[in-house]
Design a protein around this ligand. Structure first.
Ligand SMILES: Cc1cc2nc3c(=O)[nH]c(=O)nc-3n(C[C@H](O)[C@H](O)[C@H](O)COP(=O)(O)O)c2cc1C
Length: 314
C-alpha cells in the first residue's frame, strides 16, 4: 500500500442542512426510481440518489418513440411516466431507504398546488430532500414553471409552506435569464438550485419528412450540452449565495471537476448512466484520484476555485 492514497481525500459536501459523503448524485429520470440492480449501478457509492420525477397522480408518459440519439447527445420525450406519489411513497420509497445514500425525491406537478400536496405527503415519510422539477419540457400541461420567475416562485412558496425538508429547485435552461429564475426560487425559500434540465431540441426524419419525436420537440441531454450547462451553473454560482448542483453532459470525473471549479457544490450524472449504469460510482472514484493528484485534501476547499483571467469583467 502506498503512503499517499487517494482515499484520504475528503469528498464530503453540504447542501444547506443536507450533508453528503460525496458530491455525486444520479440525475432524475435516468436511474429509474433508484432501485435498479444495486450491483450493476453500485448505488451505494453515490453521495445521494435522486428519483425519477413523481407526480400527484400516475402518468402514462408520451407515446413512442421517446428517445432519439443525436451527435454527442440524446433527445428524450418521456413525459414523466410514473406511478403517482401515493404508490411511490407506500411501495417504492421504503425500498430506496435501504440502498445507502440519502434519497432525494423529484416532484413534478401540473399546478403549484400539485407540488404542495406532494410535499405534504412526503413530509409524512422518510426522505432526505425534495427536488422540484419545475423544468420538464416534455409534457403538454407545460410543467416548465421555471421559464418564469413568478411561476417558479409560486411553486417554491407553496412547497416551502408544507415541508421543513430541504428543497432544491431544478431549473430550465430554456430561458434568457436563469439567474432571475434562480433568485426568485431562493427568495421563496429554496435551499439550493439544480442546473440544468434538458435543452429544447428536435430532430427530423428526412426520409419520412416527419419529426422523429411525436411531440416534435424533446429535451436534449448528454455531452452535447455540457458547455451550455456549465455556463448556466457558473452564472448561478457567482450571482447567488445558495448551493448549486450542476448537471448536464457529465461523463467523467474530469467533467465533474469543471462544474465544481465553476462553483457547483455537487453534480448529477444523467445520460451517461444509460451507457454505463455504474458511471456515477466511477466518477466518485475518479474524483478522489484527481483531487489527490492536485494535492487537494478537502473538496470543500476546491469548490468554486476557478481562477479567472484578469480581463474577466464582473
Ligand atoms: C431519458 C431521460 C429522462 C429524464 N427524466 C427526468 C425526470 O423525470 N425529471 C427531471 O427532473 N429530469 C429528467 N431528465 C433530465 C436529467 O435529469 C438531466 O437534467 C439532463 O438529462 C441533463 O443531464 P445529462 O446530460 O447528464 O443527462 C431526464 C433526462 C433523460 C435523458
Amino acid at each position: 500500500m502506498s503512503g499517499h492514497t487517494a482515499r484520504e481525500v475528503d469528498l464530503s459536501v453540504d447542501l444547506g442542512s443536507l450533508e453528503l459523503s460525496n458530491p455525486v448524485m444520479s440525475a432524475s429520470g435516468t436511474f429509474g426510481y433508484g432501485d435498479e440492480d444495486p450491483e450493476l449501478t453500485q448505488v451505494r457509492a453515490l453521495g445521494a440518489l435522486v428519483t425519477k420525477t413523481v407526480t400527484l397522480n400516475p402518468r402514462a408518459g408520451n407515446p413512442p418513440p421517446r428517445l432519439c440519439e443525436t451527435p454527442a447527445g440524446l433527445l428524450n420525450s418521456i413525459g414523466l411516466q410514473n406511478v403517482g406519489i401515493q404508490t411511490f411513497a407506500r411501495e417504492i420509497l421504503p425500498r430506496l431507504q435501504d440502498l445507502g445514500p440519502p434519497v432525494i425525491v423529484s416532484v413534478g406537478g401540473s399546478t403549484a398546488d400539485d407540488y404542495a400536496r406532494c410535499a405534504e405527503i412526503l413530509d409524512r415519510v422518510e426522505c432526505a430532500a425534495l427536488e422540484l422539477n419545475i423544468s420538464c419540457p416534455n409534457v403538454a400541461s407545460g410543467l416548465e414553471f421555471s421559464r418564469s420567475p413568478a411561476e417558479a416562485a409560486k411553486v417554491v412558496r407553496g412547497v416551502r409552506r408544507r415541508t421543513k425538508r430541504p428543497i432544491f429547485a431544478k431549473l430550465s435552461p430554456n430561458v434568457t435569464d436563469i439567474v432571475a429564475v434562480g433568485r426568485a426560487c431562493v427568495e421563496e425559500g429554496a435551499d439550493g438550485l439544480v442546473a440544468v434540465n434538458t435543452f429544447l431540441g428536435m430532430a427530423v426524419d428526412v426520409e419520412r419528412e416527419q419529426p422523429v419525436l411525436p411531440r416534435v420537440v424533446g429535451g436534449l441531454s448528454g455531452p452535447a450540452i455540457r458547455p451550455l450547462a456549465l455556463c448556466r451553473v457558473w452564472e448561478l454560482a457567482r450571482c447567488l449565495p445558495c448551493p448549486v448542483i450542476g448537471v448536464g453532459g457529465i461523463v467523467t470525473a474530469r467533467d465533474a471537476l469543471e462544474f465544481l471549479l465553476a462553483g457547483a457544490r455537487a453534480v448529477q450524472i444523467g445520460t451517461a448512466n444509460f451507457r454505463e449504469p455504474a458511471r456515477g460510482a466511477k466518477v466518485v472514484a475518479g474524483l478522489r484520484t484527481l483531487l489527490d493528484e492536485k494535492g487537494v485534501n478537502r473538496l470543500r476547499d476546491f469548490v468554486g476555485r476557478l481562477r479567472l483571467p484578469p480581463t474577466e469583467v464582473s
